[in-house]
Design a protein around this ligand. Structure first.
Ligand code: PMV
Length: 322
């Protein structure tokens, strides 16, 4: 029976969250924290899923319905079984370094790694773009109607310019001079609720908010140019402006502002909330040699701080015995 291990990175949104929902572009980068998935074909009728991180196991019937936290993994596995023409079931074991429910794309990275591992166990190596499409179906189970940015950047790695309904383009950049610093406010966030609130504000004041959305779109286009030229100071300044636009649409909080200002005062090139807001994480961009100092300043008030490089490698099959 075939066996394979695949891994995929988490992500952070550097520019354009929320505005992306209404068709403006966004930029996300893969971060160097990965989800690993082992898939073993069983020939049985079930998809068995185990999560080492959650300490949970569950079984699902191939092609059947389900629920619970592990069901999206089973959906991703089922998509890969079908795509690779594999008869029978699979056992999937998930082991992830990406903090869950933190806006770091952990569910998407798990789905992406699952699709790649299951297909590889059946002897089929899928293109990253196809892995992303199949993983999106699992993301729909978790998030309803996500923009698709998480699975895209996890599968492709590096930096991605994304526009809903149009697709993604990889941005060529050498990120080696900088690090990403992520810090948790400790307050859980609800992406669906925050998205609804922002859209409601836009509907209430369309002639005002239209300008904010267009400013965000222009900002992202400009950021893509600086990113590809490796102009990280300009990128940091635009992150700060982007944070202002997110505050304007009401998704910042006192805790977020504290972290953002601490990061900037400790020498970050730029800092902003990342993802849905209302809680969750902030992201700071720092020269590699200053990242430790930024992280230290954030640790004084945040229980979870991560320093990670931008990860160039997207989904990757690590091991295969077939
Ligand atoms: O907090 P996250 O990573 O789930 O990001 C949400 C990003 C939004 O733009 C607010 C929504 C979306 O689907 O893109």
């Amino acid at each position: 029976m075939g066996r394979a291990v695949a891994s995929a990175p988490g992500k952070t949104i550097l520019f354009g969250e929320h505005f992306v929902v209404a068709g403006e572009p966004a930029i996300a980068v893969a971060v160097g924290l990965r989800a690993r998935v082992e898939a073993v074909l069983t020939g049985g009728r079930e998809i068995e899923v185990e999560s080492r991180n959650l300490g949970l196991r569950a079984s699902f019937t191939v092609g059947g319905d389900g629920g619970g936290p592990l069901y999206p993994v089973a959906v991703a596995a089922a998509e890969a079984l079908r795509e690779a023409g594999i008869e029978g079931g699979v056992r999937v074991v998930v082991d992830s370094e990406i903090p869950p429910a933190a806006g770091m794309g952990s569910s998407a990275a798990v789905a992406v790694a699952t699709v790649a591992a299951v297909a590889a166990a059946g002897g089929v190596e899928l293109e990253p773009g196809r892995v992303s499409e199949l993983a999106y179906r699992a993301e729909e189970v978790v998030h309803g109607k996500p923009s698709g940015i998480d699975n895209t950047v996890s599968a492709l790695g590096g930096a991605v310019l994304y526009r809903k309904g149009v697709g993604a383009r990889s941005l060529e950049a050498d990120f080696s001079p900088v690090s990403i610093v992520l810090a948790d406010t400790g307050r859980p966030r609800n992406t669906g609720e925050m998205v609804r609130r922002v859209l409601e504000l836009r509907d209430a004041f369309p002639e005002v908010l239209g300008h904010v959305y267009r400013a965000a779109g222009a900002l992202v286009e400009r950021a893509a140019v600086h990113l590809e030229r490796g102009e990280f100071e300009a990128l940091g300044r635009l992150m700060n402006v982007n944070h202002g636009l997110l505050s304007a649409v009401g998704v910042s909080t006192v805790e977020i502002e504290e972290l953002v200002y601490r990061a900037r005062e400790a020498g970050a090139l730029g800092a902003k909330l990342t993802g849905a807001g209302g809680g969750g994480f902030i992201v700071a961009l720092a020269w590699r040699e200053s990242a430790g100092k930024v992280a230290e300043a954030l640790r004084e008030v945040s229980g979870r701080v991560y320093v990670a490089p931008v990860e160039a490698v997207g989904v990757r099959v690590e091991e295969r015995d077939i």
